[in-house]
Design a protein around this ligand. Structure first.
Ligand code: NAD
Length: 282
């Protein structure tokens, strides 16, 4: 049985084939080629089987989002499959899963490598999405430090004094890494991705129930409960709500949206920034 006779298909590359990423891909994948990259062979097997049994055309590749060479090989593989119209990066570790250094290397530097690598292969008119976090809004970074971050190459990020001095625990490292993700989208939209006439944005979820969030609930229950209770929504979010917004940002109706971040948190950051609720991030 030949399910699909189309030979030339647009490519969707997903780095980090986890809960949110696969939910976003599912919204946009009909008639396209999906390339999933993840460090876990077991996860790739499970997720690609789910996609295949739902009628999607999917390939997989083991990728370590900590390693520049591995990410570049992933981008090259995507380009070899067809026009790379969509790139989504969700590879990440949360504060209770990793040390400050591991978080900075994966969530910040690894994302930088991915933005750089896909900035060399995106097709004209393509779109990218980095999954950042509401935490990117929790500790405003001084304007001059943000300017340093924007001026730095990916390799130079770890040497920025503010980052070295502030990211002394996993929570602070995560907050900084996710703010840098938002800035990475902004910078790429004006530089490498602009040159390819492709758009790139970030999306900052609040607390979304996934296995990663369950790890956080287990370790930081009270803080998490306080964030939920402080939001106007008074609940956690779902991967389907993230997928809806992600598909919009990647799609043609968002054709004029570029280099920005969309916060989807039920109102937690509104409560924090307006002083209704506060959290100790140090
Ligand atoms: N779940 C939440 O509440 C929440 C909130 C805000 C932001 N986020 C961010 O959203 C992103 C996705 O989170 P999720 O909840 O879907 O988590 P998830 O654990 O379902 O997905 C993360 C994926 O990244 C992969 N990964 C981890 N390390 C990797 C590496 N070195 N190389 C390649 N792949 C690697 C994992 O195998 C996993 O498939 C993360 O960056 C997370 O920080 C999550």
């Amino acid at each position: 049985m030949i399910f699909d006779r189309n030979e030339k298909k647009d490519v969707i590359a997903l780095l980090g084939a986890g809960s949110m990423g696969t939910a976003i891909v599912r919204r946009i994948a009909a008639g396209r080629k999906i390339l999933l990259g993840d460090i876990s062979a077991e996860n790739l097997e499970k997720v690609s089987t789910d996609f295949r049994y739902s009628g999607y055309d999917v390939e997989t590749m083991i990728v370590n989002a900590l390693e520049k060479d591995s990410i570049e090989a992933f981008a090259q593989k995507a380009a070899a499959l067809g026009d790379v119209m969509y790139f989504i990066d969700t590879a990440g570790a949360s504060p209770n899963q990793a040390s400050p250094e591991q978080i900075l290397n994966l969530d910040m530097v690894g994302t930088g490598y991915a933005v750089d690598a896909f900035g060399k292969v995106m097709a004209r008119g393509g779109a990218g999405l980095l999954i950042s976090s509401q935490t990117g809004y929790m500790m405003p970074i001084p304007f001059d430090v943000e300017s340093q971050i924007l001026a730095a190459s990916t390799e130079e990020l770890m040497d920025i004094p503010f980052i070295k001095e502030t990211a002394t625990n996993s929570g602070a490292a995560y907050i900084i890494a996710k703010r840098v993700n938002q800035l990475q989208a902004l910078k790429a939209a004006a530089t490498t991705w602009k040159e390819r006439r492709a758009r790139i944005n970030s999306l900052s979820p609040g607390i979304i129930v996934t296995p990663l969030a369950y790890d956080e609930f287990a370790a930081a229950g009270d803080n998490y409960q306080a964030m939920i209770d402080a939001s106007a929504a008074m609940r956690t979010g779902t991967i389907d709500e993230i997928a809806e917004a992600g598909a919009f940002l990647l799609g043609e109706h968002a054709g004029f949206i570029n280099g920005t971040d969309l916060l989807i948190d039920g109102g937690t950051i509104a409560s924090m920034r307006s002083g209704v609720y506060s959290i100790n991030v140090q």
